[in-house]
Design a protein around this ligand. Sequence first.
Ligand SMILES: C[S@@+](CC[C@H](N)C(=O)[O-])C[C@H]1O[C@@H](n2cnc3c(N)ncnc32)[C@H](O)[C@@H]1O
Length: 359
Amino acid sequence: MTALARHLADRIAAQGPLSVAEYMGECLLHPRHGYYTTRDPLGARGDFTTAPEISQMFGELLGLCLAQAWADQGAPGRFALAELGPGRGTLMADALRAVRGVPGFLDAAELHLVEASPTLRAAQDSALEGHAPRWHDSVETLPDDMPLYLVANEFLDALPIRQFRRMPGGWAEIVVTVTEGALAFALAPPGPAPLPTLAAREADTREGEIVEIRPATEPIAAAIAARIAAHGGAAIFVDYGTWRGVGDTLQALRGHAPEPPLASPGAADLTSHVDFAPLAEAARAAGAAASGLTPQGVLLERLGITARARALAARLGGAKLDAHVAAHRRLTHPEEMGNLFKALALHPVQAPCPPGFDP
Ligand SMILES: C[S@@+](CC[C@H](N)C(=O)[O-])C[C@H]1O[C@@H](n2cnc3c(N)ncnc32)[C@H](O)[C@@H]1O
């Protein structure tokens, strides 16, 4: 049992079962034992890898996409360039390097990072040296008096979800309890949907199906969309997921291998697929426009990844060239990340959709 598993078992004994969201929140961000609070989980020696860690092309193209959206909106003279959950800072470092050729962009940008992990804040500090980033605990404190150009890759999937099973008597929440000395999933008694977003799923689900609700989605979407609607800007979200997903997608990864989500709390990454529908709906309700859901492979091809890959390949040979070709395929091929990962952009209603996105 991990130290966090013992702490959670004591808490359950004292206060009763935890929702999956409470369990996930403790596992990822417990101040002493949380997965993100205690380590840098990325890369070959960590538990998983992400698109920016696979190739510099990912951050470069998303940076240029935001720069084009900025130019399309009249190149405002002062704006917030923000990232949610920047990991090691790799995406932003690649983006900042790529946009150096866009006149005026970097001079007008203030860099803002939303990051919960002290370990990863330190990594971002060294990756983004010279760009004077300001850190935030939440999107609520991002500047609200200037345009906002924002990117978030694999941020939403790390936010806690609640899980509900549709039953004859309503919705039964899946909870975490202790059975025979070990953490175990159980079902709470069914009842009416406790959340409006869950009630809305009665139209497209059947008895027995599981629906996952990520309560932080709407406040985050609303805070960002309100800033974009008021002052201009754009936001790009990339994550694995779908539109109005159904089913249990909670997964744990440790050392690049899946394991049961209750096996080692605090020592494994815990994520679930992102449902982009509530994000788009909350953003529209707050006054911004949302693009269509665009597969990552399609987005990167439209942004010019093949031309960029060829230009980089011309300078490489041997094992480095093989790794580069494999990285291009991994990011874009439909059987790798190209289709599983999707992208959604927010923008002002009166401004064009950022390039590469289905409108
Ligand atoms: C899966 S990693 C993705 C890292 C990076 N975007 C990348 O693509 O390599 C998730 C990131 O979100 C951060 N994070 C997770 N939950 C958070 C929260 N509630 N608030 C702020 N940051 C959070 C993590 O510390 C980490 O930087």
